[in-house]
Write a protein that binds this ligand. Structure first.
Ligand SMILES: CC(C)(COP(=O)(O)OP(=O)(O)OC[C@H]1O[C@@H](n2cnc3c(N)ncnc32)[C@H](O)[C@@H]1OP(=O)(O)O)[C@@H](O)C(=O)NCCC(=O)NCCS
Length: 428
């Protein structure tokens, strides 16, 4: 079995596409949110794409923001993956290039022979050579990517609340106003709003080209998932500072009737945040509000007289992160406290090292050192903690960080801490 790992040529695009899961028609891990309320029709089985679709995907593979990689076995493609060029906002506000691993699949008859390991090693080495300090992905199964040094760094919640359980603690005055707009206006609002959001939100990802092109037009989908409604909030100067997309899906099941499903929600200011939720949680003729892909530190519960009314129905990992360059990554963010720590970081792929981190609120230096280490950890643990979403103390209790200097775990927590939990509403 002769194995060759390399980028594909344009002529190999169609063959490459045939190994990808969405082309193969593999089931998704779970239905789209609309399917929970609109029944199975909103989650149709994936069907192989038409020849025209394949041509379109093949053309997209020629773009400069995507780098497809394949495993050729005896000259035929047996597996593939790709890196997309995106950016992630890190503590302090820098938007770092991140190699986004996507569309990973190996044909069922070639699995468990090390093809993904070879593809991944080649892709991550290429990212590093290009100067990307970080790689990231979202994982179909939680057991696959830890071995390559990836680990969850952001998380998201799905919650729901019964309208009859909603009572706000206090009236709030809003100097701005809410407006329902059509898909055309929403298509202008969302890209601008998201740019502003990601400038201030740690963990947020830049959208791939075309992300906003398919913004729901307001047409009624045949699958019962409900037409998209677009709500915006404008501040006193009429500038948009928040927006939401919601649907009122139809369900044949009376128990699921009357759901307002929040598909997207962003607010730059507290005024916009409160006003948008104020309307969405008290929407006539609905019984329940559900929202998916929400940040884990949603302030909404603190607006309610009964914070328990907001029920978490799912929590899941979102962005898995892999640090490719310890020095580059640690020097690119800012820190919540001033301190110096020596970290012994093990990394199977790019080599282990001992790093002295001199961290401060305005930045850091990170230098290779032979001083004795305060802490030993793996590259995966560092990847989880890097954006501030996972605490060193949590990983230490789990036996994943060794503390050599008493108190070093708490000190690492204190420097890495971020004001808000990192979150990415946009993926890749
Ligand atoms: C996930 C997938 C790409 C792995 O490809 P592969 O070539 O079989 O992986 P490898 O042989 O290189 O596996 C490397 C290691 O991961 C393990 N592994 C691979 N897939 C795994 C899985 N789904 N669950 C648990 N372990 C897995 C292998 O056992 C192997 O372990 P080892 O290093 O201890 O020997 C392939 O199974 C696949 O196409 N799955 C369906 C689509 C999918 O889930 N894609 C991921 C999208 S995020």
């Amino acid at each position: 079995m002769a194995i060759d790992i390399r980028p594909i040529t344009a002529a190999e695009s169609l063959e490459y596409l045939r190994v990808l899961p969405y082309v193969n028609g593999f089931p998704q891990e779970e239905p789209e949110p609309s399917a929970w309320y609109a029944g199975t029709a909103a989650w149709p089985p994936q069907v192989p794409p038409s020849p025209a679709d394949l041509e379109r995907y093949a053309e997209e593979l020629q773009a400069d923001w995507i780098r497809p990689q394949a495993a050729f076995v005896d000259g035929k493609i047996a597996g593939g993956s790709a890196i997309v060029s995106v950016q992630v906002t890190v503590p302090g506000g820098r938007q770092l290039d991140l190699g986004g691993v996507t569309s990973t699949a190996v044909l069922p008859t070639y699995r468990r022979r090390g093809l993904l390991r070879k593809i991944m090693s080649a892709m991550l080495a290429d990212c590093r050579e290009r100067g990307e300090f970080l790689a990231g992905l979202s994982a179909s199964e939680g057991t696959i990517y830890g071995r390559y040094g990836f680990s969850p760094a952001t998380f998201q919640h799905r919650w729901e609340v019964r309208r009859t359980d909603v009572a706000f603690r206090s009236e709030f005055t809003d100097s701005g106003e809410l407006e329902l707009v059509d898909g055309v206006v929403a298509g202008e609002v969302w890209p601008v709003l998201h740019e502003q959001v990601r400038a201030q939100r740690v963990g947020e990802i830049s959208p791939l080209p075309g992300k906003w092109d398919g913004l729901p037009s307001g047409a009624l989908p045949a699958d019962g998932s409900g037409r998209a409604h677009h709500l915006v909030h404008r501040d006193a100067t009429r500038a948009v500072d928040g927006a939401a997309i919601f649907r009122l899906p139809w369900s044949p099941d009376p128990a699921q009737a009357g759901v307002l499903q929040v598909e997207a929600f962003e607010a730059l200011t507290s005024d916009a945040y409160r006003a948008l939720w104020g309307l969405l949680l008290d929407f006539d003729l609905t019984k329940r509000v559900v929202a998916a892909r929400r940040p884990v530190d949603e302030p909404l519960r603190w607006m309610l007289t009964n914070p328990r009314a907001l029920k978490l129905t799912r929590t899941r990992d979102n962005l898995w992160q892999r640090i490719l360059d310890v020095q580059g990554a640690l020097e690119a963010r800012t820190y919540a406290a001033t301190d110096s720590l020596v970290l012994d970081v093990s990394d199977d792929l790019f080599g282990s090292g001992r790093w002295r981190l001199d961290a401060a609120p305005d930045g850091a230096t990170c230098t290779a050192t032979d001083q004795s280490a305060d802490l030993s950890l793996g590259i995966a643990e560092l990847g989880s903690m890097y954006l501030g979403g996972v605490r060193a103390s949590e990983l230490s209790h789990a036996g994943r960080i060794d503390e050599h200097t008493p108190g070093a775990v708490s000190r690492l927590d204190a420097v890495l801490r971020t004001e808000r939990a990192p979150h990415n509403a946009v993926g890749f």
